[in-house]
Design a protein around this ligand. Structure first.
Ligand SMILES: *[C@@H]1O[C@H](CO)[C@@H](O)[C@H](O)[C@H]1NC(C)=O
Ligand SMILES: *[C@@H]1O[C@H](CO)[C@@H](O)[C@H](O)[C@H]1NC(C)=O
Ligand SMILES: *[C@@H]1O[C@H](CO)[C@@H](O)[C@H](O)[C@H]1NC(C)=O
Ligand SMILES: *[C@@H]1O[C@H](CO)[C@@H](O)[C@H](O)[C@H]1NC(C)=O
Length: 531
């Protein structure tokens, strides 16, 4: 064992972040994403909801760079020494990509589609608005201000369509996933509703534009004419109420398995009204999305239960990656959601992930990083609306989050070590070069077996054409879905899979974990203080 650990250290040190800081790796990773995959208006290799996530990760990156500039008075330690691409220049460049992506976003396609897809768009534009405010706070700049109304309007249109679908007739509440399928109240759609509601409460500036059409040519949604959009003010109490009631519902509806991991969702048996058929499938993104929601709920209410719940969820995930008392296991064995301390989806190891699943780990780390931002102590985020933390709470949050640092950086090292040597694109399986999983030893481990009762609809989407997924006209099934079209569209996606996955989605996931590692490295006394 001692020998192995020593060997590992020798092997990994030159390969891991190497002589570069995580901040420099972070700068390189965004650059690689944009140079290889952004065509000036969108990321054409990504499907619609994924472009919303990639744009969110880009805006989050601009926030992290801004925070680093603020913390270090404009000179970030370890930054790449290129005068033409200083952190300030990068911010301007990537923000202009957000603006381009606004024009390039295929909103007509996403509007009226699944309720999770719509909410990624809400979170996307709220993250960009968060950046605009954060950057103004740092630089007293007008950057982006002329776009605030448009970005807010888009978030509003999509949020409004989703909130109307909240339904108490089945399972006492919650949202169904996809109106074209049989009712499936799943983790992602409902976690997103916590996050999108609270993020609307915190960052939405209000909107009086009553045009409800996402594009001039989109006149109907799910077969109905699009009506006018009700105006919505900033910090409307209904937004906070939605976030609270949705989290209460989530917590009381049995979404956790015996390892404390969030399972995928529930069907309702024929003749029943309760969520009684649980899909035991576990995905990484389902462990993450509620973290931003919990963080926001603390900001809005000051109730530390939300933070404490977040710490518990994070601990369950760290444990399920094989992270044991501050150290990674090295046996290469599956622990529920990873191995050797690396977060991993079931499909990562053999490259059987759909494009969707390849983004999941990035969504997880983006959320963890947001959750671990410093709690404000001297000035509330929004005076009169959000709370400040007593200094004891602020430091206990810092300390608890500092306990995740080694694990986050370990995962970033895995992502860095998974890069294609020629293109520098980050791969989909971060454990690929870790002990007992590298190519010489691959034969001693195997693809993890799905838990009993798990159905992997994300990576085997043809299942959606069968019972109990297929829409059979039961309650909540609104549209007569043409399953054959959906099925063929999805199977062509599957054919693009290969054993080694290096894609815009795997690069996006890599960006989020390396950004988080950089933030954890640069936060000197803990975490960013809001001004
Ligand atoms: C980028 O790709 C999209 C989708 O393929 C395409 O519609 C768009 O015109 C492209 N943009 C540019 C600037 O080439
Ligand atoms: C809307 O549809 C009309 C008629 O099909 C077409 O000429 C026009 O270019 C479309 N406008 C947009 C913004 O797509
Ligand atoms: C940690 O993970 C192990 C291995 O999967 C599991 O048996 C154990 O119950 C987990 N412990 C906690 C506290 O979640
Ligand atoms: C479903 O799609 C197929 C293939 O495009 C088409 O032939 C069929 O008519 C459609 N069925 C319905 C009910 O719309």
């Amino acid at each position: 064992m001692l020998h192995l650990r020593f060997y590992t250290a020798l092997l990994l040190v030159p390969l891991v972040a190497g002589h570069k800081s995580y901040f420099a790796e972070f700068e390189d990773t965004i650059q690689t994403l944009q140079l290889n995959y952004f065509n000036g208006t969108t990321w054409p290799d990504a499907e619609n909801w994924q472009t919303a996530v990639l744009d969110t990760l880009l805006a989050a990156s601009e926030i992290s760079i801004t925070n680093a500039l603020q913390e270090y008075g404009g000179n970030v330690p370890g930054e790449n020494p290129s005068p033409s691409d200083t952190p300030n220049v990068l911010i301007q460049k990537y923000f202009s990509n957000n603006v381009d992506a606004y024009g390039g976003e295929d909103v007509g396609q996403i509007f009226g589609d699944a309720y999770d897809d719509e909410q990624w768009v809400v979170l996307e534009w709220l993250e960009v608005l968060k950046f605009i405010h954060r950057y103004d706070d740092y630089a007293s700049s007008d950057l982006g201000k002329s776009y605030i109304d448009e970005f807010a309007h888009r978030a509003h249109i999509f949020y409004d369509d989703v909130q109307k679908a909240y339904d108490t007739s089945l399972c006492d509440g919650g949202l169904t996933w996809q109106p074209k399928l049989a009712t499936y109240k799943n983790a992602i759609t409902n976690e997103l509703f916590i996050s999108s509601s609270i993020k609307m409460y915190l960052y939405f500036p209000g909107d009086t534009n009553t045009d409800g059409m996402p594009t001039p040519n989109t006149t109907t949604v799910r077969g109905q004419p699009i009506g006018p959009l009700p105006t919505l003010q900033a910090q409307d109490p209904s937004l906070l109420d939605n976030a609270k009631k949705e989290y209460e519902w989530f917590k009381s509806h049995n979404f956790l398995n015996s390892q404390g991991l969030v399972v995928d969702g529930f069907h309702i048996s024929a003749g029943q009204t309760q969520c009684d058929q649980r899909n035991e499938m576990v995905y990484t993104y389902n462990q993450g999305v509620l973290l931003e929601g919990l963080r926001g709920l603390w900001e809005a209410t000051g109730d530390v239960t939300y933070l404490n719940d977040g710490y518990t969820y994070i601990n369950s995930v760290m444990n399920a990656t094989g992270w044991n008392n501050g150290e990674p296991k090295t046996d290469g064995q599956w622990n529920g959601l990873g191995r050797n301390g690396y977060l991993e989806d079931y499909c990562d190891m053999d490259g059987s992930c759909s494009n969707d699943a390849m983004l999941f780990k990035g969504i997880y780390f983006h959320n963890l990083n947001t959750f671990c931002e410093a709690l404000p102590t001297d000035q509330a985020l929004i005076p009169g609306v959000t709370t400040t933390a007593p200094s004891s709470l602020a430091s206990s949050h810092d300390n608890t989050c500092a306990g995740y640092k080694n694990w986050v950086q370990h995962n970033a090292d895995g992502a860095i070590n998974s890069r294609d040597p020629t293109t520098a694109i980050i791969g989909g399986w971060w454990a690929v070069n870790s002990p007992n999983t590298d190519s010489s030893k691959r034969s001693i481990i195997s693809k993890p077996v799905l838990p009993a009762g798990a159905v992997d609809i994300i990576n085997q989407p043809w299942i959606l054409a069968t019972d109990p997924w297929k829409c059979e006209g039961v309650d909540g099934c609104l549209v007569n879905e043409n399953i054959s079209i959906k099925r063929s569209a999805m199977s062509s996606d599957i054919s693009k899979r290969s054993a080694t996955q290096y894609t815009v989605q795997t690069q996006g996931s890599g960006l989020a974990v390396i950004e988080a590692a950089s933030d954890f490295e640069l936060k000197p006394a803990g975490y960013w203080r809001l001004k």
